[in-house]
Design a protein around this ligand. Structure first.
Ligand SMILES: [Mg+2]
Length: 334
């Protein structure tokens, strides 16, 4: 029997930072016709697809083929010739030598669904989380996580929009379970890494807590974010971000509370949360569901077992969880 190859985590973290640099560059020259809509109506670009191919090809060449849950597939930009041509152009510029067959493999291999508790390893990839932000010049991030027997044991995200004043090109976050969360400058591979440590000091009585709301928040989303923040007993200031960057803002000390509610839906996509749950927890954040329970990333493509993913600094997690639990009951979704 083939023993699986050991995962070289620093290699993978650098691969995500490399992918982030490539996406930043690709955004500068992105033609309008390479920004299209998926069959479900959400925005996607040639960069999302090219980055998935680039990352999954590099992982497979280094570690062999590992079961994968990835966001993109052949339908993402399929039937949009200008977007497909731009994807192939990017791959050539990035030195991808696999050709059409390897590209098609990378877009077909991420369709795994169903329970992952019995699988030795699973990659979870969102090549660009927050594509609307990528298009708009707002927050976005490549996100990669590794499950072993359904547990997140590694996460690496690239955040080119976070802490740019202190880290060249923004921050790459990476964590191996039990070994803390580490911050690298995306544009400076030689710079020493810093350990990420989430603030633990309770806010002062009149101090505003910073709650992350969606970038294009509706009035009701803003009201809900404010009410949740106020449930901690503090005034509220809203910080805006979509994607796993909302959790990175808590890790980086730029926000105090970020959450995502399931509501009446089928559960959030695992690739929008898996890596961040480990990155935030290893950095010292409170991460959990409305009942304080763990986030179950082992159900396949969706977090079908959780009502919310809550990430909080400064001892605010339990109050946020209680507030969101009360809201779920009031709305009849639990
Ligand atoms: Mg995405």
């Amino acid at each position: 029997m083939n023993r699986p190859r050991a995962i070289d985590f620093p290699f993978v973290a650098e691969l995500v930072r490399d992918a982030t640099r490539k996406a930043v560059e690709a955004r500068r020259g992105l033609p309008a016709e390479a920004i299209v809509r998926k069959p479900d109506g959400s925005v996607v670009t040639a960069v999302d697809v090219a980055l998935q191919v680039y990352i999954l090809d590099a992982l497979a060449r280094r570690f062999g083929e590992i079961a994968t849950i990835a966001e993109e597939d052949a339908a993402s930009i399929g039937g949009k010739p200008a977007a497909e041509a731009h994807c192939d152009l990017l791959l050539r510029q990035w030195g991808f030598e696999g050709g059409a067959a390897r590209r098609d493999w990378a877009l077909a291999c991420g369709g795994l669904d169903g329970p992952t508790r019995d699988l030795e390893r699973v990659w979870i990839l969102d090549p660009i989380d927050g594509t609307q932000g990528f298009v708009d010049g707002d927050h976005w991030c490549p996100c990669l996580a590794l499950l072993e027997q359904g547990e997140v044991v590694f996460g690496a995200n690239g955040h080119p929009t976070v802490l740019r004043d202190r880290f060249a090109g923004g921050i790459g976050l990476s964590a191996v379970r039990g070994a803390g969360t580490w911050v690298h400058a995306i544009d400076d591979a030689a710079a020493l890494a810093a350990r990420a440590e989430v603030r633990q000091d309770a806010p002062g009585p009149d101090e505003a807590v910073r709650v992350v709301a969606p970038a294009r928040a509706t009035e009701s989303q803003i009201r809900a974010r404010r009410a949740t923040g106020e449930a901690t007993g503090h005034p509220v200031r809203l910080v805006h971000s979509d994607s796993q960057t909302k959790y990175a803002l808590v890790i980086a000390g730029e926000a105090d509370i970020a959450y995502s509610r399931r509501g009446g839906g089928p559960g959030k996509y695992v690739w929008d949360h898996a890596g961040a749950t480990l990155l935030a927890r290893e950095a010292g954040a409170w991460v959990g569901d409305t009942d304080g329970g763990a986030i179950d990333c082992a159900r396949g493509r969706r977090l079908g077992g959780n009502n919310a993913v809550i990430c909080a600094a400064r001892g605010l997690g339990p109050a946020v969880a209680a507030s969101l639990a009360a809201r779920d009951r009031a709305e009849g979704v639990v």
